[in-house]
Design a protein around this ligand. Sequence first.
Ligand SMILES: Cc1cc2nc3c(=O)[nH]c(=O)nc-3n(C[C@H](O)[C@H](O)[C@H](O)COP(=O)(O)O)c2cc1C
Length: 178
Amino acid sequence: MEILMITGSPHRDGTSNVLACEFIRGAEEAGHRVYRFDSAFEDVSPCRGCDSCRHHGGKCIYSDSMDKIYDKIILSDMIVFVSPLYYFGLSAQIKTVIDRFYSINYEIMESTKKSALLATAADGNDWTMSALELNYDNIVRYLGFEDCGKILATFCYLKPDILNSNYPNEAYELGKSL
Ligand SMILES: Cc1cc2nc3c(=O)[nH]c(=O)nc-3n(C[C@H](O)[C@H](O)[C@H](O)COP(=O)(O)O)c2cc1C
């Protein structure tokens, strides 16, 4: 499979990066190819909702780092979303990328695609990840993805927390299982 991974953390070496790397390790061992797009280190403008794309064959008014991945979003067999939890949702960096799916919504819907969510959070209440999970579930439902799994790593404030957990292994196993 061709897998597009979109990450959302501004920490190059933070907790969600651990999940991203372990997932990639497993997926590559299983023979898949992963293209990683680190939103926080790219130039992506927020959607203005101008609807220009609706009248110009899906062409967005912005020319920025999204140009690197439009084809991959449409053609990849799987999209993996990786984010730290920011105020109970996706980080602004990855949300900005997802909002830009808007110009190619229907092409995404017409494709057949799997997806997964890898997320980390500092807290560990039973509701800590609920809004993020529902947000992801609704994106999956709307775009017609087939969910392959979610890793919701709670009690992971800093890198040592996640290294002392089983979540990295779960991410590796998820990648390997595809
Ligand atoms: C702006 C901001 C908002 C956050 N919001 C939450 C939150 O709502 N719930 C939570 O448990 N942790 C929250 N955190 C903590 C991060 O989710 C947590 O530290 C995570 O491990 C960071 O991942 P990273 O190292 O990959 O960036 C927040 C951190 C920041 C910087």
